[in-house]
Design a protein around this ligand. Structure first.
Ligand code: ZN
Length: 172
């Protein structure tokens, strides 16, 4: 039993609607994510998963759908403009794109995508700035219900690891 971790950085824009101070403005962050998977057993070769597989699946998903995009509250009127301009946009399922909510959605993505590799998510640490981070170590039943039932269909199919890898190959 142990933990396998992977760290990655990505950039994204967002704004927190209703925030009383500066976070209500459209701005961006250099996010950093650390995803920690727990495992029970290792292979005869002495490892549980090739780090490259976490990169080619979960990290690649972030690169494809989030990196250099805009993470939007579904109520944000800017969505219409960004869609017209064909900009990359991740519309949140859990409301405001706070570090807590983004980390929870990414926990869900990692959980679904890495299951086939025998990995269970232990926690996700997400830095919004070098000094501020959140740790999400479970999905509440309410959030899980939303993610299970309302995950946008275009994303849902991308969470099927086989499907995602095929799409990625086609784009390369
Ligand atoms: Zn912010």
């Amino acid at each position: 039993m142990g933990i396998v971790s992977r760290v990655h950085s990505f950039c994204a824009g967002h704004r927190v609607i209703g925030h009383p101070n500066k976070c209500n403005n459209t701005h961006g962050h250099n996010y950093k994510i650390e995803v920690n998977f727990k495992y029970q057993e290792i292979s005869d070769l002495g490892y549980r998963v090739d780090f490259g597989e976490i990169k080619s699946i979960f990290i690649a998903w972030i690169e494809m759908y989030i990196d250099h995009g805009y993470i939007a509250n579904p109520e944000d009127p800017i969505i219409k403009y960004l869609e017209e301009q064909n900009h990359k946009i991740h519309i949140m399922h859990l409301g405001n794109p706070t570090a807590e909510n983004i980390a929870t959605e990414l926990y869900y993505v990692a959980e679904l995508m890495m299951k086939s590799k025998g990995l269970t998510v232990d926690n996700i640490k997400l830095w919004e700035t070098p000094n501020c981070y959140v740790i999400v170590d479970r999905i509440s039943p309410e959030d899980r219900y939303i993610l299970d039932t309302k995950f946008y269909p275009e994303y849902k199919s991308s969470l099927d690891t086989k499907n995602f890898l095929q799409c990625k190959k086609r784009e390369e």
